[in-house]
Design a binder for this molecule. Structure first.
Ligand code: H79
Length: 467
């Protein structure tokens, strides 16, 4: 038994020998990297469901779904929900969208049903994005979906009720710093001038906005909608530790079990990666990647650059094998419809997950790591000056007590060495093992059972493999 991570050697067609052998014995002895901060038992308790959930649905929905990437007949480039900023739309003009917001096809039950069909375990919806418009009834500001639109329905309340009915956890995205609708909020430089001088002196009475709108609206979210799974803060501009703490105190006081994401500005409960960023390595710390299913968060009528179900399945298992969660976004239209391609993709991955659930939900990270890829040996740097990483995407590993799940996204090029019994997860078909040179190996049947991803389970005696 070795205590080094297993290594793979290059294999070529001209070398018909057993190469790239993987010793799964090694995992028993391999250790994970240590946690970056001291364990907090209360936080760990709060995080229990989150660590097991693995896969959530992000929903970006707001007034920006009406222009859908086009303003005054001109295409506005960038993220759909950033249109007010990118096209420098004055507050008075953007506000007028509210009188046109009437998404009569919105059906909260259908959205929750979609998340369930997709195999997602929580939903996070924008309660207020940077444009400042609240998608819930707010006493703090009339700029909200009930008081300012012909629709007059509390979208968040309907979704909260549907989630409660179906046992789905619900969290709220809330843009705490940027609010382009408010004079004293951050971000609207075109109507209200810069937030700060170049040397950092604040030019807006930012605390007036925080105390007058953001903090009381977060209180509303935590009091009127039942149990809130998490608050997803974003872009912490001018968020001093003291200001961040005020939000944290509100959350902890009103709902001690509600998680705080990693973008409040002070310490949250888990780490949020950059948008669409999947880290190259595993971590024991709780973390989450927020990601788009095409190239925008809020609906854009011109964005049809959908990721395929296979790409989504890979990202999900990749993230799980690194110990994280995948928060995958959809952007409903102004009619209240989640674009059909998004629905189809999510349901296709959902069908795969139904069969292969065991390898994902509650599964532990890979005890190896070399299957993720490798840093270039020559020291080349990427555009950000980071060491260049060459990802490998052939297979990933997840774990559970006594079990190892090898998920193959393509036919493995060479046999794998395994210590004992193995079977295919989808149909429990036994995998034939070969004994050669004292090593037990298996070769994947070709074509693979499921070309999207086929999971092979390796079982160990007892509980030697820990999650
Ligand atoms: O809600 C989604 C994004 O709107 C939000 N985070 C995710 C979850 C986000 N806020 N800020 N950013 C992401 C960084 C934004 C960068 C850009 Fe731009 C927005 C690049 C293009 C549009 C700002 C405006 C920088 C260039 C133009």
């Amino acid at each position: 038994m070795r205590n080094q991570p297993p290594t793979r050697q290059a294999w070529t067609d001209v070398l018909p020998v057993l190469a790239c052998l993987l010793s799964l014995f090694a995992l028993v002895l391999s250790a994970q990297t240590s946690a970056p901060r001291p364990p907090d038992p209360t936080r760990e308790k709060r995080l229990e469901w989150f660590r097991d959930a693995k896969y959530g649905l992000f929903i970006h929905w707001g007034l920006y779904a009406i222009p859908a990437g086009e303003w005054q007949g001109k295409r506005s480039l960038g993220l759909g929900e950033w249109i007010m900023n990118r096209s420098k739309i004055p507050v008075r003009e953007y506000e007028a969208l509210a009188s046109r917001f009437n998404p009569i096809r919105f059906n909260a039950d259908e959205w929750v049903q979609l998340a369930q069909d997709a195999g997602m375990k929580y939903i996070v919806i924008t309660s207020k994005h940077h444009d400042g418009f609240a998608m819930f009834k707010s006493k703090v500001s009339p700029y909200n979906v009930v008081d300012a639109t012909p629709f007059k329905r509390d979208v968040l309340k309907e979704l909260a009720d549907a989630c409660a009915k179906r046992g789905m956890r619900l969290g709220f995205y809330y843009s705490q710093s940027q609010d382009w609708h408010e004079k004293e909020g951050a971000g609207n430089t075109w109507d209200f001038g810069p937030d700060q001088t170049p040397d950092g002196k604040e030019l807006k009475t930012y605390d007036t906005y925080l105390r007058g709108k953001a903090e009381p609206q977060v209180k509303e979210l935590l009091t009127g909608y039942g149990p809130v799974a998490l608050i997803w803060f974003d872009t912490p501009r001018m968020m001093t530790p003291e200001r961040g703490q005020r939000f944290a105190d509100i959350v902890r006081t009103l709902q001690p079990n509600t998680l705080i994401d990693g973008r409040l500005g002070t310490e949250g409960d888990y780490r949020s990666t950059g948008d669409n960023v999947i880290p190259p390595e595993a971590s024991t710390e709780a973390w989450e990647t927020p990601a788009t299913i095409n190239d925008t968060w809020g609906f854009r009528k011109d964005d049809t650059n959908w990721k395929s179900p296979g790409q989504i399945a890979f990202k999900l298992v990749d993230i799980v094998s690194k110990g994280g969660n995948y928060l995958l976004n959809v952007g409903p239209t102004a009619e209240g419809v989640i674009p059909q391609p998004s629905q189809d993709i999510l349901r296709t991955v959902g069908r795969w997950l139904k069969v292969n659930a065991e390898a994902v939900y509650g599964a532990g990270a890979s005890p190896f790591g070399d299957e993720f890829g490798e840093y270039t040996a020559r020291g080349a740097k990427d555009v950000r000056g980071q060491k260049l990483f060459y990802p490998q995407t052939e297979w990933r590993v997840t774990t559970r007590a006594g079990k190892i799940y090898l998920t193959f996204f393509g036919e493995p090029r060479a046999p794998f060495e395994i210590p004992t019994r193995a079977y295919r997860l989808a149909d429990h078909a036994r995998i034939d093992l070969k004994m050669e040179n004292g090593k037990t190996t298996f070769s994947m049947e070709r074509p693979m059972l499921d070309p999207m991803a086929t999971v092979v389970v390796v079982e160990f005696e007892g509980d030697r493999v820990q999650k």
